[in-house]
Design a protein around this ligand. Structure first.
Ligand code: IPE
Ligand code: IPE
Ligand code: MG
Length: 256
């Protein structure tokens, strides 16, 4: 399957973003404010994941991608890393059937080689079980890094088409990216107040609208998502063109 590429084509702009990608940040600070251990924030953050899945289905969003654990998060204290791994495993055990009942297709992207075999088996069976669902595609980025993704895609592309050395195209590479099954994100949301991408979807965010909020992830909800969508709607998505070109195109389409 091949989608519009923001650098090759002009993607269709809809009132509701088709694909929303989120950096779920601020769990630790949420817990600290309440004199709780950081891991209590991660546990509470899982509740927001459930809320967001429902909110995205209700709003007609087709793809929700959540950054759960970055390639750099291994640098955290070992107790926090192992808590996050256990939380991921128990969440998979508890949620996959519910996701399936709600028509959600589950995908996990990232370097799974560092996960234990039980977790990998659960991921693969969850993906297989939900493969035919169409309400929402929920992608969890786990041990994911944008640089890892581009590099693994480049290696796969070079192996597949060694004869094209020096002539590879964007499409040759894009088809090997971990999320080749999804269109590029329209809207990127980062909670927790930091204004950075932290090695998330580096290739795919080329033309995403960026939205940053101070709201901490455990406090993010449907109303906060709506605020992000309002901001998204106010943006003029030019994809390199001028504002005048957009207006004359709308006139030609009879949109005004
Ligand atoms: C995001 O919350 C969750 C993960 C990175 C797993 P943080 O744990 O980064 O929370 P803060 O940024 O310390 O508040
Ligand atoms: C980004 O959050 C990664 C995830 C939410 C999984 P971090 O809290 O790890 O990002 P930095 O270190 O502040 O950039
Ligand atoms: Mg953080």
């Amino acid at each position: 399957m091949s989608f519009f590429s923001s650098t090759r084509d002009i993607p269709e702009v809809r009132a509701v973003p088709r694909h929303v990608a989120m950096i779920m940040d601020g769990n630790g600070r949420w817990a600290k404010k309440r004199f709780l251990p950081r891991v209590a924030g991660h546990k509470r953050g899982l509740e927001t994941v459930r809320v967001m899945v429902k909110a995205c289905i209700e709003r007609g969003i087709d793809y929700l991608t959540l950054f759960a654990f970055s390639s750099e998060n291994w640098r955290r204290p070992p107790e926090e890393v192992s808590f996050l791994m256990r939380l991921f495993l128990t969440a998979l055990q508890a949620e996959v059937d519910k996701l399936h009942e709600n028509g959600v297709r589950l995908r996990v992207i990232g370097d799974l080689s560092r996960f234990d075999p039980q977790t990998v088996a659960l991921i693969r069976s969850g993906e297989a079980l939900t493969a035919g669902n169409t309400k929402l595609t929920l992608t969890i980025a786990a041990n994911y890094g944008g640089r890892w993704d581009i590099l693994q895609a480049a290696n796969a592309m070079a192996l597949q088409h060694p004869e094209k050395l020096g002539c590879w195209t964007e499409e040759d590479l894009a088809e090997h990216l971990a999320m080749a099954y999804a269109p590029e994100p329209d809207l990127f949301i980062r909670t927790g107040g930091e204004q950075r991408v932290s090695n998330f979807l580096l290739w795919q965010l080329a033309y995403a609208e960026l939205y940053f909020t101070d709201c901490l992830w455990p406090e993010f909800d449907g109303a906060a998502l709506d605020q992000a969508i309002v901001s998204y709607r106010s943006r003029e998505r030019r994809f390199g063109r001028t504002s005048e070109q957009l207006i004359s195109q709308e006139e030609a389409n009879g949109d005004v």
